[in-house]
Design a protein around this ligand. Structure first.
Ligand code: SAM
Length: 205
């Protein structure tokens, strides 16, 4: 007799085996249920995403991460929690948005503590730069939102500047129920007394 209080553990690996990196993902094959989709870019060890997916069973989530070891943590934690609404994809974030995510399929993008590349000559490696709002616009459904967090004041200023320069987005508040779910890096920064800088931008209807 199954224990009905324990969610059935997902039996398959939550890390997607990409059949092609040229064709957009078939989202209906990734998830048991067709429901809104949110994406975290650079999800790290998936601390945030596993907890957020656990709290929101009526939304599907994809974590994008380039390091396999971190995605294996998403897999382990997701399966331990019996999550059927969570998958991970090992690929570069901008490439994922441009080529693998079906256009206008996500209701939210989460980008938390992306690498700040502090040296000026390395700023071009930042995920949030001038082309990013157009990439996000391509990925998001109408009314979709980009949620941003960083510890890095100068990068935060750049994030706000590139979205302010876009005619497609307006600044909105981050809901408290989202802000209270911390990421792994955020926990470490908070423990050192470093505050989280947060912003959110929604596509103008
Ligand atoms: C500073 S960590 C933050 C992880 C997590 N978001 C958090 O707040 O705990 C940045 C993560 O993004 C990943 N990453 C950096 N650049 C990436 C890229 N271009 N595509 C995919 N993942 C990337 C890194 O491997 C790392 O796990």
């Amino acid at each position: 007799m199954p224990n009905l209080r324990t969610p059935a553990a997902a039996t398959h690996n939550l890390v997607v085996e990409l059949r092609s990196i040229l064709e957009p993902l078939a989202l209906t094959e990734l998830f048991a249920t067709g429901q809104p989709l949110e994406v975290e870019l650079g999800c790290g060890d998936a601390s945030f995403l596993v907890e957020y997916a656990r709290r929101h069973p009526q939304t599907n989530f994809i974590g994008v991460e380039r390091l396999l070891g971190r995605l294996q943590k998403l897999d382990r934690k997701g399966r331990r929690n019996g999550l059927t609404n969570l998958r991970g994809v090992r690929i570069e974030s901008a490439y994922f948005l441009q080529y693998l995510l079906p256009p206008h399929s996500a209701s939210a993008l989460h980008i938390y503590f992306p690498d700040p590349w502090p040296k000026k000559k390395h700023h071009r490696h930042r995920i949030i730069n001038e082309p990013f709002p157009a990439l996000a616009r391509h990925a998001l459904q109408s009314g979709g939102t980009v949620f941003l967090r960083t510890d890095h004041a100068e990068y935060f200023q750049q994030m706000n500047e590139v979205f302010a320069a876009s005619n497609d987005f307006e600044k909105v508040e981050t809901p408290a129920a989202l802000a209270e779910v911390l990421t792994d890096f955020e926990r470490d920064f908070n423990a050192q007394g470093i505050p989280t800088l947060r912003a959110a931008y929604q596509i103008i209807a």
